[in-house]
Write a protein that binds this ligand. Structure first.
Ligand code: ATP
Ligand code: MG
Length: 260
């Protein structure tokens, strides 16, 4: 059965989508059958893999969450062998309200994605979920459906701000809805070793979270920010770049952790 990993942090712009796309692509290149689920109405993971979120023909994660389609019906093949994507659409922003209107029980509402994944879990080694910068219903659905969560932390001032709230939410979910949810790891992103502040943040994160922090650090790399506008993961856009190398190392670290 495939391992389901959410990429979550309710703080915006910390590298969730960059991590989701490039970790998923790297796992696929390392011969793991991988599904990337775009669980953000901004649909950045969808467009970053060259799919137009406005022409997805009502086959998106929104329709799956509100129960109109099965997960299998929405999966798209990508340029990378072994990598499929479940696209998103701005409509997903309305899923919160529809779920509240149609499903009375909070627990039941939070289990829609988990239920939808039952059909496809066997077909993949890894299922990576790109979460929106929010802790609302759709993100809760992602965390309830997941075996673990990767928490990207931008190596900048205020990096730890808001983490308490996220960790608290993870505890609540572990307590009530998904006792098996683990923290796969904290990931330092957009790291610039020349900056003293970045080094201080990295030290502080390691002091706080110890061995739960990935050894791999994602450096600031312009290729990573350019790749989405070409509709490619960085490994196809510039395989020799530092960013491509960083995410390949992250994928290897994730695979090694899960083989133990
Ligand atoms: N390692 C990096 N080096 C350079 N630029 C990066 C790096 N990681 C992310 N970026 C850029 O930073 C911006 C924010 O990254 P990203 O979209 O991955 O964050 P996010 O957490 O998904 O944001 P949101 O909360 O809006 O979903 C993007 O423009 C992205 O291209
Ligand atoms: Mg994002």
């Amino acid at each position: 059965m495939g391992k389901v990993i959410s990429i979550a942090n309710q703080k915006g712009g910390v590298g969730k989508t960059t991590t989701a796309i490039n970790l998923a692509a790297s796992l696929a290149v390392l011969e793991k059958k991988t599904l990337l689920i775009d669980a953000d109405p901004q649909a950045n993971a969808t467009s970053g893999l060259n799919f137009n979120p406005n022409s997805t023909d009502k086959k998106t994660i929104y329709e799956v969450l509100v129960g109109i389609r099965r997960m299998e019906e929405i999966l798209l093949d990508t340029e990378i062998k072994n990598l499929s994507v479940a696209p998103s659409h701005i409509n997903l922003a309305g899923a919160e309200i529809e779920l509240v209107e149609n499903i009375e029980s909070i627990e039941e509402r939070a289990r829609q994605l988990k239920k939808a994944l039952v059909d496809v879990r066997d077909k993949f080694d890894y299922i990576i979920i790109d979460c929106a910068p929010s802790l609302a219903t759709v993100t809760i659905n992602a965390l309830v459906a997941s075996d673990s969560v990767i928490i990207p932390i931008q190596s900048e001032f205020f990096a730890l701000e808001g983490l308490g709230k996220l960790l608290n939410n993870i505890k609540l979910i572990q307590g009530e809805l998904n006792p098996d949810l683990m923290i796969e790891g904290f990931l330092l992103t957009m790291f610039d070793s020349r900056l003293r502040l970045a080094n201080q943040v990295a030290d502080e994160v390691r002091r706080h979270f110890g061995s739960m922090v990935f050894e791999t650090i994602i450096n600031r790399n312009v290729r990573l920010s350019e790749a989405p506008s070409h509709g490619k993961p960085v490994i196809l856009y510039d395989a020799m770049s530092n960013g491509s190398n960083n995410y390949l190392n992250l994928a290897k670290e994730v695979i090694a952790k899960n083989q133990q």
